[in-house]
Design a protein around this ligand. Structure first.
Ligand SMILES: *Cc1c(COP(=O)(O)O)cnc(C)c1O
Length: 236
């Protein structure tokens, strides 16, 4: 089996190709480690990766405790329950999955004073599927204005998970629309610099459309477990 280090190098090389030789400065790789044990994160860190993303608070906290000795930048990318805003505000550097003002407000209130403002993105429901989470494009401007005014958050941009596309060409369209929404917000006075879009199967298309952060799990770590128990995170 290929090692995490070699798959990571392969993903970085593909990011370089997609963004042009000098483009890596513009595109950050976020290693999505949900469903992976702490040992897998340690292996990616040893290979040079510094930013990791998690979807479930309990699972993330267990791994953070286990990996205290590493200078990891943690990103939260999962659905946020209001009763979990405190640990998220205390332990993460970024949150990509803001979709409601009251959750943003709770995060701002809970962000400790000794930490810099929490960097956040608004998750946008670009494909308009009823089942997908995210803010409808039509409600984005209002939410962006409200979130930007919160003192302990720094609104950085937009995030999306598009519906699965048939074929590479079809992958581009939702990313192009998210980039256009970001431009609209900036024209209306916002100063957003982040498009968090693209996963294992479509990050090249996302980069072609202007992604500044790609969130890649399986292509780095291989298949993941559904959800790890605290006990399971520590073995291996
Ligand atoms: C799981 C997940 C990813 C990574 O998906 P892969 O297909 O494994 O690369 C990216 N973003 C979000 C929000 C996720 O939940």
């Amino acid at each position: 089996m290929e090692s995490i280090a070699s798959r990571l190098q392969d993903v970085l090389a593909r990011i370089d190709v997609a963004s042009g030789a000098s483009g890596r400065d513009r595109v950050r790789l976020l290693a999505v480690s949900k469903g992976q044990p702490a040992a897998a994160i340690r292996a990616a860190f040893a290979a040079g990766q510094r930013a990791f993303a998690e979807n479930y608070v309990q699972e993330a906290l267990a791994k953070m405790d286990e990996l205290r000795d590493l200078a990891i930048e943690w990103h939260f990318i999962g659905p946020i329950q209001s009763n979990k805003t405190k640990p998220i505000a205390e332990r993460f550097a970024w949150v990509h999955s803001i979709e409601r003002f009251n959750v943003a407000e709770r995060l701002s209130k809970a962000r400790p004073d000794h930490l810099p403002a929490l960097d956040v993105c608004l998750q946008t429901n670009i494909s308009g599927e009823a089942s997908k989470s995210g803010v409808a494009p039509g409600e984005l401007a209002m939410l962006a204005k409200e979130v930007a005014a919160l003192p302990r958050l720094r609104l950085r941009g937009l995030m999306t998970i598009p519906a699965p596309a048939k074929g590479v060409e079809a992958q581009h369209e939702p990313f192009r629309r998210l980039a256009a929404l970001l431009r609209d917000l900036n024209r209306a006075g916002a100063s957003l610099d982040t498009l968090s879009m693209g996963m294992s199967d479509d990050f090249a298309a996302a980069i072609a459309e202007g992604a500044t952060i790609v969130r890649v799990g399986t292509a780095i770590f291989g298949k993941r477990r559904k959800k790890l128990e605290r006990r399971e995170l520590q073995i291996q």
